[in-house]
Design a protein around this ligand. Structure first.
Ligand SMILES: Nc1ncnc2c1ncn2[C@@H]1O[C@H](COP(=O)(O)OP(=O)(O)O)[C@@H](O)[C@H]1O
Ligand SMILES: [Mg+2]
Length: 221
């Protein structure tokens, strides 16, 4: 059974933030506005903006601020500006819809310069949640999104972790951490969104080995 779908990324993030344990793994998130973007750029230097209803990396834009220069990157195109206002105007023309959120940008661990993240899939089978898969997804060269439909390459989580993490001994530990975090999230998601029957978690692991939750899909591909 497919189960119910909940598409709104903001509502799903809000639900997970109610648990302090899970909140520690969620990048700072705010609604899209000029003021919020300005503040988050000053604080984080890199943010990602994404449509509340999106998928497959569609409309996901990376925005950075460094040494007085504002830039954004959509697909493989990068544009730079000397003022926030000029950047913001241009950004609004590139956005694919009105409703967006802003998220603290995570510097993902990489393989040969390409960011990698992980997809964990679970399904409800006869009343019990069971694991289906955990895979790594390596961004197509030149892109920061790892989505397979954007040319990302799938590899086993073991291989991805082994090749991207500095501490090679932590592969097993990171897989277990992602499993544990998934278990905690399943309970929250189920009580917040009754009727779900499958979940796909997008996890990033940064250069220091910290696990981040990018989004939870209620009808993963
Ligand atoms: N906060 C973030 N920091 C760095 N990269 C991100 C962040 N959020 C998303 N990404 C990248 O963009 C991809 C798509 O974002 P995601 O939130 O999963 O939306 P979609 O529904 O389009 O898949 C992620 O798989 C990841 O590679
Ligand atoms: Mg995703």
């Amino acid at each position: 059974m497919a189960g119910r779908q909940f598409a709104n990324k903001w509502l799903k993030t809000e639900a997970l933030l109610r648990s302090a344990d899970v909140a520690a793994h969620i990048p700072r998130t705010r609604m899209y506005s000029s003021e919020n973007l300005r503040q988050m750029l000053l604080q984080h230097r890199m943010v990602v903006i994404k449509p509340l209803r999106g998928g497959g990396g569609y409309g996901v834009i990376k925005v950075t601020y460094s040494k007085g220069v504002y830039s954004f990157m959509y697909m493989s195109q990068q544009r730079a500006f000397t003022s926030f206002n000029a950047m913001f105007k241009s950004l609004n023309r590139v956005k694919v819809g009105r409703k967006y959120m802003i998220q603290q940008g995570i510097q993902l661990a990489r393989i040969a310069g390409r960011p990698i993240d992980y997809r964990v899939k679970v399904v409800k089978d006869n009343g019990n949640w069971v694991y289906r898969s955990m895979v790594g997804r390596l961004a197509r060269p030149g892109l920061f999104v790892t989505n397979l439909c954007k040319g990302g390459t799938q590899l086993t989580a073991r291989e991805g972790l082994g090749r991207s993490l500095r501490r090679k001994g932590s592969v097993k530990k990171k897989r277990q951490e992602m499993r544990n975090l998934t278990n905690t999230c399943i309970g929250i998601m189920e009580s917040s969104f009754p009727g779900i029957a499958q979940l796909g978690f997008d996890y990033g692991i940064d250069r220091y080995g910290k696990i981040w939750i990018f989004e939870v899909n209620t009808r993963p591909q």
